[in-house]
Design a protein around this ligand. Structure first.
Ligand SMILES: NC(=O)N[C@@H](CC(=O)O)C(=O)O
Ligand SMILES: [Zn+2]
Ligand SMILES: [Zn+2]
Length: 443
């Protein structure tokens, strides 16, 4: 297969099942990539003449899926400041291996990304690496302290695609109102980590029968619901764009559904782990399952799946949150919350498709067009004339997840050692091959 790095001059995907909801495309076709651009897509597009060209590289598509490369609205790449967990290079390598061409990076770095110079430095670093594109998300408040608004116009001008205090909730209604009003003036989305901290003090996991059994302090659903409900009212009052990060509770889903029905400009993302795991995974005190918001109950999982399938939840986002072994190999109460996700989206979510819980087209939309729309990015698409941003997947390849294969610096995922099915074989971002399964990390 094509080498990582330089744009392959002529790449021919032959007889591949291409799925792109933006084109209402789900068909076995050929796709031709020339000098980083999709030049032809359709039956017979890889003509004999093209196949005979010296520079042609043929990729037989039998049994494989060709998708627009993914857009992640929510990842923690930890640079600047916590490079022992992850850095921009390792985070983007993990993204490439996961099928992503675009990654939005949360601002809870050290220092917090609350100023133009940090946003610019992150983008410059990512460009020098040359993998998937990095789009910083700036902070809503200085130092994510929840009081003084950042200079959002500056952040946007420097390349920020949204603002969030993720990791912390903007709890003050007054600050939130001003943030929405301010962001509205230049069409920036406010992304909320919805958690009423007064209700989650000391919380270790979802509040329910299992937290009681384990003797761990719980985070009740209502701590999320209260904030989402209040913010929906503020979004309505201000007319600003509001986005719920990592939605996890059935109550928040209901509020979101009602808000959308009333025409309020609210969107939401859900993570692969909230779609597939429950608080039962915490039995045995597995710190890999400690995450904010916490893994909830089957009724929540069912509501999230239904809402993703019907479009109430717009996007899937990873909330890739790397932590070192030291921060996870400890007492549950001491462990840092968060788990990695960039490299696991395909196997974890294809499982939902196989179970009939989610149509493949909706999943692809939730990983490409929907997040791109929210971040105001151009969505990858399989269309002649588009820059090649593609993800080739073998949906039937089964493997046991080996930590040594992960490109992320951190290995904190409950899926380690599990049998998974579905693997990314190749990723193109900005017209360049950034990942080939079995080859070294992107440089
Ligand atoms: N999700 C998490 O549990 N942790 C995130 C912060 C966040 O997304 O709230 C992190 O930065 O580690
Ligand atoms: Zn968060
Ligand atoms: Zn996060």
């Amino acid at each position: 297969m094509a080498a990582i790095g330089s744009p392959p001059p002529l790449l021919l995907f032959v007889g591949v099942r291409a799925v792109d909801p933006a084109q209402q495309l789900d068909d076995v076709i050929d796709v031709v990539v020339e000098d980083g651009v999709i030049t032809r897509a359709g039956r017979g597009a890889a003509t004999d003449e093209l196949r005979r060209a010296d520079r042609a590289e043929l990729i037989q598509g039998d049994g494989l899926l060709l998708l627009p490369a993914f857009v992640d609205l929510h990842a923690h790449l930890r640079e600047p400041g916590q490079e022992y967990k992850e850095d921009i290079a390792s985070g983007l390598a993990a993204a490439a291996a996961g099928g992503f061409a675009h990654v939005c990076a949360m601002p809870n770095t050290r220092p917090v990304n609350d100023t133009r110079s940090i946003t610019e430095a992150m983008i410059a670093r990512a460009r020098a690496i040359g993998g998937p594109a990095l789009h910083p998300i700036g902070a809503i408040t200085m130092g994510q302290k929840g009081t003084e608004l950042t200079e959002m116009a500056d952040l946007k001008d420097a390349g920020a695609v949204g603002v969030s205090d993720d990791g912390r909730c903007v709890t003050s209604s007054s600050v939130m109102r001003r943030a929405l009003e301010y962001a509205k003036t230049f069409d920036l989305t406010i992304i909320q980590h919805a958690e009423d901290h007064a209700l989650t003090d000391g919380a270790q996991m979802h509040e329910g029968a299992i937290s009681t059994r384990l003797g761990l302090r719980g985070w009740p659903r209502v701590a999320e619901d209260i904030i989402v409900a209040r913010d929906v009212l503020l979004a309505e009052a201000t007319g600003a764009r509001y986005h719920v990060a990592h939605i996890s509770s059935l109550g928040a889903v209901r509020i979101l559904r009602e808000a959308k029905a009333r025409g309020i400009a609210v969107t939401a993302e859900v993570t692969p782990h909230h779609l597939t795991l429950t608080d039962a995974a915490v039995l045995g005190y597995d710190t890999a399952c400690k995450v904010n918001p916490p893994l909830r109950e089957q009724a929540d999982v069912d509501a999230l799946r239904e809402a993703l399938a019907d479009g109430t939840i717009d996007a899937v986002a990873t909330d890739h949150a790397p932590h070192s072994t030291l921060e996870k190999d400890c007492e549950f109460a001491e462990a840092s919350p968060g788990l990695i996700g960039l490299e696991l989206v395909v196997p974890v979510l294809l499982d939902l498709v196989r179970q009939g819980a989610l149509p493949l087209g909706r999943l692809v939309d939730a990983l490409t067009r929907a997040p791109a729309r929210i971040a105001r990015l151009e969505a990858p698409t399989i269309k002649a004339g588009a820059r090649a941003e593609l993800c080739l997947v073998d949906p039937n390849l089964s493997f046991v997840l080996d930590p040594a294969r992960l490109r992320s610096k951190s290995k904190n995922t409950p899926f380690l050692g599990r049998q998974l099915t579905g693997r990314v074989k190749m990723t193109l971002a900005s017209g360049r091959v950034v990942f080939v399964d079995g080859e070294g990390a992107a440089t």
